[in-house]
Design a protein around this ligand. Sequence first.
Ligand code: CLF
Ligand code: SF4
Length: 314
Amino acid sequence: MSLPLPPVAEDLRCPSQRRFPEATPFPGLEGRHPCFSLTPEGHGRAGRLHLPVSPACNITCRFCQRDFNRDEIRPGVARKLVAPEQAVAVVTRALDLSPDISVVGIAGPGDTLCTDHALRAFTAIHAAFPDLLLCLSTNGLRLADRAEALHAAGVGTVTVTVNAVDPAIQAEISPTITDQGRRFEGLAAATRLIERQLAGIRAVAALGAVIKINMVLIPGLNDTHVERVAATVAEAGASLINLIPLLPGADFLTRRAPTAAEVSAAQAAAGRHLTVFSHCRRCRADACGIPGKTDLSAAVYGAEAGQDSTFSHG
Ligand code: CLF
Ligand code: SF4
């Protein structure tokens, strides 16, 4: 018998799920995974540690600004890189600092499957801490190739960033990819990326992973395309979607962020097909703590932690 959920002040579940208030579509994740919990109580009490082990990327998103600093709170930023061999030591330190940590995620600063660093880190962590939830965020280009290895390494939740399923739109957002040593441009790159993303979603879904889609909402580019993305990824096996407002930067510096009304409209469109996650904090690649509540990143990764010799700067 499942335990009753806490009172729901703001219910993130899609209408079909709300008909069964005692049920959660993600057994074992409610209250343990901040980004796969559907109640305020659930996502407000679980902590995550991000390991910045993935340096490189295999696609070019025109909004992307990877950087190393201690100040900015956004994806693609970390204080330093950590070597996969240091992952267990970092997790040990984070757990000592915060027993709330129940998830170890890898989300950058580059793509997590462009190198084998994330897989090596997850494999070591899964052996040392088999009860921790392991979470991967990727652009999806290598996801189908790596699905079995990720499953074997204990990765149970996967986020794929899908910004378009129409190659003409995708080509405007990420104009080049490098796959199997070959560089692709324009529509060829976009068509290949979308095909690999959907194949990857199907592959990890077949192995039992719970899948969230991150979609960067870019007014004038993909904001009227949200429902088609949601319907397509839902058919492939995704459960959840997170509409992330564009942070103007890099080639998209002169584009604007969506308004709150535009984000709400996009969430409504996506919600016809998927449960919408709306509490994203646009975390750094070295975030640590309960998103929006506690921030232990400096204590875990900062020079002030006195651990620099433990970590790679490579
Ligand atoms: Fe990290 Fe992402 Fe896993 Fe969560 S974050 S890898 S799914 S454990 Fe969460 Fe942070 Fe938003 Fe990401 S709030 S940026 S959606
Ligand atoms: Fe940047 Fe991520 Fe796009 Fe790679 S996939 S270019 S790291 S936003």
